[in-house]
Design a protein around this ligand. Structure first.
Ligand code: 5RP
Length: 236
């Protein structure tokens, strides 16, 4: 069997998730390269007559899904969804995630939590025994950004999370601005020993609009890699 590339693995996980989609479903569409595979595969099914209605988690995904003529709506018009399929930057054995590498974490969390099921698709390299190697993204209000950064630093240090808190920039060197008009701060903690407590502390800081720790949200992770497909959690 030819070796599976990372991108092949992402596509394989996306194809497995597509098996969960049934006619009439209201779907949340994630953001990122893995979610883009799901959108492409879903688009092919829609072209053959599958009837679904979808809420994208970013303007990028909205544009992509529209290219495939996938029927789209908004979270306000469809505030209850059946299934959201999204990628992740890291996941641990307890189905805790780091998300936000694409800067879409706020919409991703709103859409995931409005869904009966959130299923994560990922290549197997995203599995982490301990979260934190991937810098944790925070969506931060522009007003008071520096004060917020200091509060985050103090709160995180109290839990042993130390490291640079870097304002995300565009390739052109400008501050990256999310679809919601906020900054993204990437927290280079290295190891997050207690993600649950860190999530609580971050959520209590007023300038933190949302953090990229998804805890108790994903029902399952479909991961694919050289060893094939693995399911962590419950798909149904
Ligand atoms: C975007 C995300 C993505 O799901 C995450 O960054 C994974 O991306 P990819 O599938 O490209 O590896 O959280 O905000």
């Amino acid at each position: 069997m030819p070796e599976l590339s990372q991108d092949d693995s992402k596509q394989l996980a996306a194809a497995k998730a597509l098996e969960l989609v049934t006619p009439g479903m209201r779907l949340g569409l994630g953001t990122g390269t893995t979610a883009a595979h799901f959108v492409a595969l879903l688009g092919a099914r829609v072209a053959k007559g599958l009837d679904v209605i979808c809420v994208p988690t970013s303007e990028r995904t909205r544009t992509l899904a529209a290219l495939y003529s996938i029927p789209l709506t908004t979270i306000d018009a469809s505030p209850e969804l059946d299934l959201t399929v999204d990628g992740a930057d890291e996941f641990d054995p307890k189905l805790r995630l780091i998300k936000g590498g694409g800067g879409a974490l706020l919409r991703e969390k709103i859409v995931a939590m409005a869904s009966k099921r959130m299923i994560v698709i990922a290549d197997s390299s995203k599995l982490a025994a301990v979260l934190g190697k991937f810098p944790l993204p925070l969506e931060v209000n522009v007003f008071g950004f520096e004060a917020t950064r200091r509060m985050v630093s103090a709160a995180a240090k109290g839990l042993g999370c130390d490291g640079e808190l870097r304002l995300r920039k565009t390739p052109g060197g400008q501050a990256f601005v999310s679809d919601n008009g906020h900054y993204i701060v990437d927290c280079f903690f290295g190891t997050i020993a207690d993600p649950d407590r860190l999530a609580d502390r971050l959520a209590a800081i007023p300038g933190v609009v949302e953090h990229g720790l998804f805890i108790g949200i994903a029902k399952a992770v479909i991961s694919a890699g050289p060893a094939g497909i693995k399911i962590l959690g419950q798909l149904d």
